[in-house]
Write a protein that binds this ligand. Structure first.
Ligand code: NAD
Length: 249
Protein backbone atom coordinates (compact mmCIF):
# COMPACT_ATOMS: atom_id res chain seq x y z
CA UNK A 1 0.00 0.00 0.00
CA UNK A 2 1.11 3.58 -0.44
CA UNK A 3 2.69 5.58 2.33
CA UNK A 4 0.41 8.48 3.31
CA UNK A 5 -2.76 7.11 1.65
CA UNK A 6 -4.50 7.03 5.08
CA UNK A 7 -3.30 10.45 6.27
CA UNK A 8 -5.98 12.22 8.32
CA UNK A 9 -7.80 8.94 9.13
CA UNK A 10 -8.27 7.37 12.52
CA UNK A 11 -8.25 3.55 12.69
CA UNK A 12 -9.37 1.30 15.52
CA UNK A 13 -7.93 -2.22 15.63
CA UNK A 14 -9.09 -4.89 18.09
CA UNK A 15 -6.73 -7.66 19.13
CA UNK A 16 -4.01 -5.05 18.60
CA UNK A 17 -1.66 -6.48 21.21
CA UNK A 18 -0.60 -9.50 19.19
CA UNK A 19 -0.23 -11.22 15.83
CA UNK A 20 -2.33 -9.94 12.94
CA UNK A 21 -3.81 -7.05 14.97
CA UNK A 22 -0.39 -5.70 15.89
CA UNK A 23 0.93 -6.08 12.33
CA UNK A 24 -2.18 -4.25 11.10
CA UNK A 25 -1.56 -1.34 13.50
CA UNK A 26 1.98 -1.12 12.13
CA UNK A 27 0.89 -0.99 8.48
CA UNK A 28 -2.04 1.38 9.01
CA UNK A 29 0.34 3.74 10.83
CA UNK A 30 2.87 3.34 8.02
CA UNK A 31 0.14 4.43 5.60
CA UNK A 32 -0.52 7.57 7.67
CA UNK A 33 -3.48 6.67 9.92
CA UNK A 34 -3.65 7.45 13.62
CA UNK A 35 -4.25 4.13 15.35
CA UNK A 36 -6.26 3.17 18.43
CA UNK A 37 -4.91 -0.18 19.60
CA UNK A 38 -7.65 -2.08 21.43
CA UNK A 39 -7.07 -5.26 23.39
CA UNK A 40 -8.35 -7.04 26.48
CA UNK A 41 -4.67 -7.19 27.42
CA UNK A 42 -3.84 -3.50 27.99
CA UNK A 43 -0.12 -4.13 28.48
CA UNK A 44 0.09 -5.82 25.08
CA UNK A 45 -1.80 -2.94 23.41
CA UNK A 46 0.55 -0.48 25.12
CA UNK A 47 3.54 -2.34 23.70
CA UNK A 48 2.07 -1.86 20.22
CA UNK A 49 1.65 1.85 20.91
CA UNK A 50 5.19 2.11 22.24
CA UNK A 51 6.44 0.79 18.93
CA UNK A 52 4.34 3.20 16.85
CA UNK A 53 4.76 6.31 19.02
CA UNK A 54 2.18 7.90 21.30
CA UNK A 55 1.69 10.91 19.01
CA UNK A 56 0.10 8.67 16.36
CA UNK A 57 -1.38 5.85 18.43
CA UNK A 58 -3.18 5.17 21.70
CA UNK A 59 -4.07 2.04 23.65
CA UNK A 60 -7.50 1.13 25.00
CA UNK A 61 -8.42 -1.78 27.27
CA UNK A 62 -11.62 -3.30 25.90
CA UNK A 63 -13.21 -6.74 26.18
CA UNK A 64 -14.97 -7.02 22.82
CA UNK A 65 -17.29 -9.72 24.17
CA UNK A 66 -18.82 -7.27 26.67
CA UNK A 67 -21.43 -4.81 25.39
CA UNK A 68 -20.69 -2.50 28.30
CA UNK A 69 -16.94 -2.51 27.68
CA UNK A 70 -17.38 -1.85 23.94
CA UNK A 71 -19.99 0.84 24.51
CA UNK A 72 -17.90 2.75 27.02
CA UNK A 73 -14.89 2.56 24.68
CA UNK A 74 -16.62 4.70 22.04
CA UNK A 75 -16.44 7.97 23.99
CA UNK A 76 -12.85 7.19 25.02
CA UNK A 77 -11.84 6.42 21.42
CA UNK A 78 -13.38 9.68 20.20
CA UNK A 79 -11.37 11.62 22.78
CA UNK A 80 -8.04 10.10 21.71
CA UNK A 81 -7.81 11.96 18.39
CA UNK A 82 -10.97 14.15 18.56
CA UNK A 83 -12.49 12.13 15.73
CA UNK A 84 -14.45 8.89 15.41
CA UNK A 85 -12.49 6.10 13.71
CA UNK A 86 -13.55 5.54 10.09
CA UNK A 87 -11.39 2.41 9.82
CA UNK A 88 -12.33 -0.48 12.12
CA UNK A 89 -10.55 -3.84 12.09
CA UNK A 90 -12.05 -6.70 14.12
CA UNK A 91 -9.01 -8.88 14.76
CA UNK A 92 -9.64 -9.98 18.38
CA UNK A 93 -10.20 -13.72 18.32
CA UNK A 94 -9.65 -16.89 20.34
CA UNK A 95 -9.67 -20.66 19.89
CA UNK A 96 -10.79 -23.32 22.39
CA UNK A 97 -10.33 -26.48 20.35
CA UNK A 98 -11.83 -29.80 21.39
CA UNK A 99 -13.97 -32.67 20.15
CA UNK A 100 -17.66 -31.91 20.13
CA UNK A 101 -18.72 -34.70 22.49
CA UNK A 102 -16.34 -33.34 25.14
CA UNK A 103 -16.63 -29.61 24.45
CA UNK A 104 -17.60 -27.69 27.59
CA UNK A 105 -20.41 -25.17 27.10
CA UNK A 106 -18.02 -22.52 28.39
CA UNK A 107 -15.57 -23.13 25.53
CA UNK A 108 -18.37 -22.74 23.02
CA UNK A 109 -19.66 -19.56 24.68
CA UNK A 110 -16.20 -17.97 25.03
CA UNK A 111 -15.33 -18.48 21.37
CA UNK A 112 -18.74 -17.24 20.27
CA UNK A 113 -18.47 -14.25 22.62
CA UNK A 114 -15.18 -12.97 21.24
CA UNK A 115 -15.22 -14.05 17.59
CA UNK A 116 -18.81 -13.45 16.55
CA UNK A 117 -20.59 -11.41 19.22
CA UNK A 118 -17.47 -9.26 19.65
CA UNK A 119 -17.43 -8.54 15.91
CA UNK A 120 -21.12 -7.60 16.13
CA UNK A 121 -20.71 -5.34 19.19
CA UNK A 122 -17.70 -3.43 17.83
CA UNK A 123 -19.17 -3.10 14.34
CA UNK A 124 -22.51 -1.84 15.64
CA UNK A 125 -21.02 0.65 18.13
CA UNK A 126 -18.48 2.17 15.74
CA UNK A 127 -20.74 2.19 12.66
CA UNK A 128 -23.27 4.13 14.78
CA UNK A 129 -20.54 6.63 15.74
CA UNK A 130 -19.55 7.09 12.07
CA UNK A 131 -23.18 7.58 11.02
CA UNK A 132 -23.98 9.99 13.88
CA UNK A 133 -20.95 12.09 13.00
CA UNK A 134 -21.85 11.92 9.29
CA UNK A 135 -18.40 10.53 8.48
CA UNK A 136 -18.23 9.05 4.99
CA UNK A 137 -15.91 6.46 3.49
CA UNK A 138 -15.96 4.23 6.55
CA UNK A 139 -14.42 0.80 6.16
CA UNK A 140 -14.75 -2.20 8.44
CA UNK A 141 -12.59 -5.31 8.05
CA UNK A 142 -13.49 -8.51 9.89
CA UNK A 143 -11.24 -11.51 10.46
CA UNK A 144 -12.87 -14.77 9.46
CA UNK A 145 -10.67 -17.81 8.74
CA UNK A 146 -10.16 -20.48 6.09
CA UNK A 147 -11.32 -22.82 8.89
CA UNK A 148 -14.83 -21.52 8.06
CA UNK A 149 -14.47 -23.59 4.86
CA UNK A 150 -12.10 -26.37 5.96
CA UNK A 151 -14.31 -27.18 8.97
CA UNK A 152 -11.53 -28.99 10.84
CA UNK A 153 -12.35 -31.77 13.28
CA UNK A 154 -11.96 -30.39 16.83
CA UNK A 155 -12.87 -26.83 15.84
CA UNK A 156 -16.68 -26.84 15.74
CA UNK A 157 -16.91 -23.71 17.90
CA UNK A 158 -14.22 -21.78 16.00
CA UNK A 159 -15.38 -22.87 12.52
CA UNK A 160 -19.00 -21.94 13.28
CA UNK A 161 -18.05 -18.46 14.48
CA UNK A 162 -15.77 -17.81 11.52
CA UNK A 163 -18.46 -18.96 9.06
CA UNK A 164 -20.79 -16.62 10.94
CA UNK A 165 -18.38 -13.73 10.40
CA UNK A 166 -18.69 -14.21 6.61
CA UNK A 167 -22.50 -13.98 6.72
CA UNK A 168 -22.41 -11.14 9.22
CA UNK A 169 -20.02 -9.22 6.96
CA UNK A 170 -22.26 -9.61 3.93
CA UNK A 171 -25.38 -8.43 5.77
CA UNK A 172 -23.51 -5.46 7.26
CA UNK A 173 -22.20 -4.50 3.80
CA UNK A 174 -25.78 -4.42 2.50
CA UNK A 175 -27.11 -2.41 5.44
CA UNK A 176 -24.27 0.12 5.63
CA UNK A 177 -23.64 0.77 1.94
CA UNK A 178 -26.07 3.68 1.93
CA UNK A 179 -24.00 5.35 4.67
CA UNK A 180 -20.83 5.08 2.60
CA UNK A 181 -19.44 2.38 4.91
CA UNK A 182 -17.87 -0.69 3.28
CA UNK A 183 -17.62 -3.99 5.16
CA UNK A 184 -15.36 -6.85 4.08
CA UNK A 185 -13.74 -9.88 5.64
CA UNK A 186 -10.54 -11.84 5.21
CA UNK A 187 -10.10 -15.59 5.52
CA UNK A 188 -6.45 -16.10 6.52
CA UNK A 189 -4.84 -19.49 6.22
CA UNK A 190 -2.32 -20.56 8.88
CA UNK A 191 -0.39 -17.51 10.01
CA UNK A 192 2.67 -17.55 12.23
CA UNK A 193 1.26 -15.81 15.35
CA UNK A 194 0.87 -16.75 19.03
CA UNK A 195 -2.55 -18.24 18.14
CA UNK A 196 -0.92 -20.82 15.88
CA UNK A 197 2.11 -21.33 18.13
CA UNK A 198 0.00 -23.72 20.24
CA UNK A 199 -0.97 -25.88 17.24
CA UNK A 200 0.98 -29.19 17.37
CA UNK A 201 4.02 -29.32 15.03
CA UNK A 202 2.60 -32.39 13.28
CA UNK A 203 -0.54 -30.43 12.30
CA UNK A 204 1.54 -27.46 11.13
CA UNK A 205 3.64 -29.79 8.97
CA UNK A 206 0.48 -31.18 7.35
CA UNK A 207 -0.72 -27.63 6.67
CA UNK A 208 2.59 -26.65 5.09
CA UNK A 209 2.50 -29.78 2.89
CA UNK A 210 -1.05 -28.98 1.71
CA UNK A 211 -0.28 -25.30 1.12
CA UNK A 212 0.81 -24.64 -2.51
CA UNK A 213 3.28 -22.00 -1.26
CA UNK A 214 4.72 -24.56 1.17
CA UNK A 215 4.88 -22.37 4.26
CA UNK A 216 2.85 -20.60 6.95
CA UNK A 217 1.91 -16.98 6.31
CA UNK A 218 3.35 -14.00 8.17
CA UNK A 219 1.02 -11.56 9.99
CA UNK A 220 2.21 -8.72 7.72
CA UNK A 221 0.91 -10.66 4.69
CA UNK A 222 -2.60 -10.44 6.15
CA UNK A 223 -2.11 -6.86 7.34
CA UNK A 224 -1.21 -5.76 3.78
CA UNK A 225 -4.61 -6.94 2.54
CA UNK A 226 -6.34 -5.30 5.51
CA UNK A 227 -4.50 -2.04 4.71
CA UNK A 228 -5.76 -2.30 1.12
CA UNK A 229 -9.36 -2.85 2.29
CA UNK A 230 -8.98 0.09 4.68
CA UNK A 231 -7.82 2.41 1.91
CA UNK A 232 -9.66 4.29 -0.84
CA UNK A 233 -7.82 2.08 -3.33
CA UNK A 234 -10.44 -0.61 -2.57
CA UNK A 235 -13.36 1.85 -2.93
CA UNK A 236 -15.58 -0.60 -4.88
CA UNK A 237 -14.81 -3.69 -2.76
CA UNK A 238 -17.77 -4.32 -0.45
CA UNK A 239 -19.23 -7.47 1.11
CA UNK A 240 -16.22 -9.50 -0.03
CA UNK A 241 -14.69 -12.52 1.72
CA UNK A 242 -11.07 -12.68 0.60
CA UNK A 243 -8.95 -15.80 1.12
CA UNK A 244 -5.32 -15.07 1.99
CA UNK A 245 -3.98 -18.57 2.46
CA UNK A 246 -1.06 -19.14 0.11
CA UNK A 247 -3.52 -21.23 -1.89
CA UNK A 248 -4.48 -23.57 0.98
CA UNK A 249 -8.10 -24.73 0.59
P1 NAD B 1 -3.40 -13.70 18.51
O1 NAD B 1 -3.78 -14.73 19.52
O2 NAD B 1 -1.98 -13.52 18.17
O3 NAD B 1 -4.01 -12.29 18.95
C1 NAD B 1 -5.34 -12.14 19.35
C2 NAD B 1 -5.44 -10.90 20.21
O4 NAD B 1 -6.84 -10.74 20.56
C3 NAD B 1 -4.67 -10.98 21.53
O5 NAD B 1 -3.88 -9.81 21.71
C4 NAD B 1 -5.75 -11.09 22.59
O6 NAD B 1 -5.40 -10.48 23.83
C5 NAD B 1 -6.89 -10.34 21.92
N1 NAD B 1 -8.20 -10.69 22.48
C6 NAD B 1 -8.65 -11.93 22.77
N2 NAD B 1 -9.88 -11.86 23.32
C7 NAD B 1 -10.19 -10.55 23.38
C8 NAD B 1 -11.32 -9.83 23.86
N3 NAD B 1 -12.36 -10.48 24.43
N4 NAD B 1 -11.33 -8.49 23.76
C9 NAD B 1 -10.27 -7.83 23.21
N5 NAD B 1 -9.17 -8.45 22.76
C10 NAD B 1 -9.12 -9.80 22.84
O7 NAD B 1 -4.26 -14.08 17.21
P2 NAD B 1 -3.98 -13.76 15.67
O8 NAD B 1 -3.36 -14.93 15.08
O9 NAD B 1 -3.38 -12.42 15.51
O10 NAD B 1 -5.48 -13.72 15.13
C11 NAD B 1 -6.15 -12.51 14.83
C12 NAD B 1 -7.47 -12.84 14.17
O11 NAD B 1 -7.25 -13.55 12.96
C13 NAD B 1 -8.38 -13.72 15.01
O12 NAD B 1 -9.72 -13.31 14.83
C14 NAD B 1 -8.17 -15.09 14.43
O13 NAD B 1 -9.27 -15.93 14.65
C15 NAD B 1 -7.97 -14.76 12.97
N6 NAD B 1 -7.22 -15.77 12.25
C16 NAD B 1 -5.96 -16.11 12.63
C17 NAD B 1 -5.28 -17.09 11.92
C18 NAD B 1 -3.88 -17.52 12.25
O14 NAD B 1 -3.42 -18.50 11.65
N7 NAD B 1 -3.18 -16.86 13.15
C19 NAD B 1 -5.91 -17.74 10.85
C20 NAD B 1 -7.20 -17.37 10.51
C21 NAD B 1 -7.85 -16.38 11.21
Amino acid sequence: MSVGVLAGKVALVTGAGSGIGRATCRLLARDGAKVIAVDRNLKAAQETVQELGSDRSAALEVDVSSAQSVQSSVAEALKKFQQAPTIVVNSAGITRDGYLLKMPERDYDDVYGVNLKGTFLVTQAYAKAMIEQKLENGTIVNLSSIVAKMNNVGQANYAATKAGVISFTEVASKEFGKFGIRVNCILPGYIDTPMVAVVPDSVKQQVVQRCPLGRLGQPEEIAEVIAFLASPQSSYVNGAAIEVTGGLK
